[in-house]
Design a protein around this ligand. Structure first.
Ligand code: ADP
Length: 255
């Protein structure tokens, strides 16, 4: 057995009095493709933000690359277990958001060069070459000098993907990346994700409402409801053959 690249062990998360995640146990294997589905407010975004170190758990362990991200001080405060490791994880986990989060005042090439230069300390020529390759890969090789506001939503989202991919992460997180797009632009973005998935090397965790897409791309689907993983397994088992009532009623909305 390979060691999981990400492991959640009995993870709880509250915001104030609101308990958002209740005892999450989850292992993600290297190169595994995991789709996370579930109703709005069920905790999907919180789970993946934790992989990016953007939230710490209230209790439980989040182990990435074999090391715990956080530790609890005697006074109960949660602090980084190892700042260096946390920084490494941030460079090694890529995330694409619903709302692109591109830098508006930079060309798309510069958008894709900043992280290699500032995080990896790459020299400018290398960063430019990597960024150009990634933008070509997502079909935007002819737009390098344009600014985000000159692009369609689908194109912006493809830039956001190139910007994450240029770091060559071992894990890529996609948080409802097609939800803010006009319907006719969804296909081009899913197509790029499919291509990346086919290459195979990276683990991918996708929060999505695109059930067909989840079925095609995922090795495993997780159904989250009310902060609990209610059902998980191969796509056909979860999306077609589950008897779980909450899952059935959730899926019914997509039929
Ligand atoms: P989902 O992605 O499934 O829609 P989220 O993980 O975004 O769910 O949110 C789960 C719950 O946590 C929601 O009730 C949301 O309001 C709450 N929540 C998320 N982030 C915060 C925060 N920073 N402060 C307070 N509540 C939050």
């Amino acid at each position: 057995m390979t060691e999981p690249i990400v492991s959640y062990q009995d993870v709880y998360k509250s915001f104030g009095d609101t308990e958002v995640l209740t005892g999450i146990n989850l292992d993600i294997e290297p190169a595994e493709k995991v789709a996370v589905i579930g109703p709005s407010g069920s905790g999907k975004t919180t789970i993946i933000r934790m992989m990016m170190t953007l939230e710490e758990p209230t209790s439980g362990d989040i182990i990435i690359d074999g090391q715990n991200l956080w530790k609890m001080e005697k006074n109960g405060e949660i602090v980084p277990a190892n700042e260096n490791h946390l920084r490494q994880v941030r460079g090694n986990v890529g995330m694409v958001f619903q709302h692109f989060n591109l830098f508006p005042h930079m060309t798309i090439l510069d958008n894709c060069m900043t992280a290699p230069i500032h995080v990896l300390k790459a020299d400018k020529q290398d960063a430019k070459q990597w960024a150009t390759e990634m933008l070509e890969k997502v079909g935007l090789g002819d737009k390098l000098d344009q600014y985000p506001n000159q692009l369609s939503g689908g194109q912006k989202q493809r830039v956001a993907m190139a910007r994450a991919l240029v770091m060559r992460p071992d894990v890529m997180l996609f948080d409802e990346v097609t939800s803010a797009l006009d319907p006719e632009l969804v296909g081009e973005v899913l197509e790029v994700i499919r291509d990346i998935a086919k290459e195979g090397e990276m683990a991918m965790v996708l929060v999505t409402h695109e059930m067909e897409f989840a079925r095609d791309i995922a090795d495993r689907v997780l159904f989250l409801d009310n902060g609990v993983i209610v059902e998980e397994g191969p796509p056909a088992d979860v999306l077609e053959n589950s008897n779980n009532e909450r899952l059935q009623s959730f899926l019914h909305r997509f039929r």
